[in-house]
Design a protein around this ligand. Structure first.
Ligand SMILES: C[S@@+](CC[C@H](N)C(=O)[O-])C[C@H]1O[C@@H](n2cnc3c(N)ncnc32)[C@H](O)[C@@H]1O
Length: 154
């Protein structure tokens, strides 16, 4: 685990494609702003909060869709679409859906790195850390991390 790293920025390169799920509530502070700063141009934003999404789309100029993230995972999976990076910053109460119910489909639509928020309470409910690299984010709710599953390096 790398301590104190807010986002695994070392995994970002300008030429990558990225699917950013659950991206809007804080104007992209947790994730999208790092993609923008790293120079990524091929980024899709997904969130179901229309107002926040419009705010985010306005300054990033990334295409943004006000749709259910789980429906989009199903759609991209069924179409066999891939993204270099898939990023999930769901609310902490949704960890089971991301790290349990949808994990295989998320892995399937990821070409390089799947980057997901995960909280300590969920980790404990699983009896320990699911596989991956962990990057500390904050002490919120007993600890929040980015969990990264890497399929290949660019
Ligand atoms: C932790 S916040 C994301 C914060 C964001 N990454 C940022 O840095 O601004 C979780 C987000 O999930 C969105 N959300 C919750 N359920 C969703 C769903 N089923 N489909 C799409 N977005 C959803 C919320 O609107 C909220 O913006």
């Amino acid at each position: 685990m790398v301590g104190g790293l807010e986002f695994p920025k070392h995994l970002l390169y300008p030429g990558q494609s990225a699917l950013c799920l659950f991206c809007a509530a804080f104007n992209g502070r947790n994730d999208v702003q790092h993609l923008k700063a790293a120079g990524l141009r091929d980024v899709i934003l997904i969130d179901n909060d229309q107002d926040k999404l419009e705010e985010l789309a306005a300054w990033t100029n990334y295409p943004a869709y006000n749709v259910d993230a789980f429906e989009m995972i199903e759609l991209y999976y069924s179409e066999g679409q891939h993204f270099d990076l898939v990023i999930c910053d769901q609310w902490t109460g949704m960890d089971q859906q991301i790290h349990g119910d949808y994990i295989e489909k998320l892995v399937a639509i990821t070409k390089c790195h799947l980057i997901m928020g995960i909280c300590q309470t969920y980790i404990e409910s699983q009896g320990g850390r699911p596989p991956g690299s962990y990057y500390w984010r904050s002490n919120h709710n007993g600890g929040v991390y980015w969990r990264v599953l890497s399929k290949m390096k660019l």
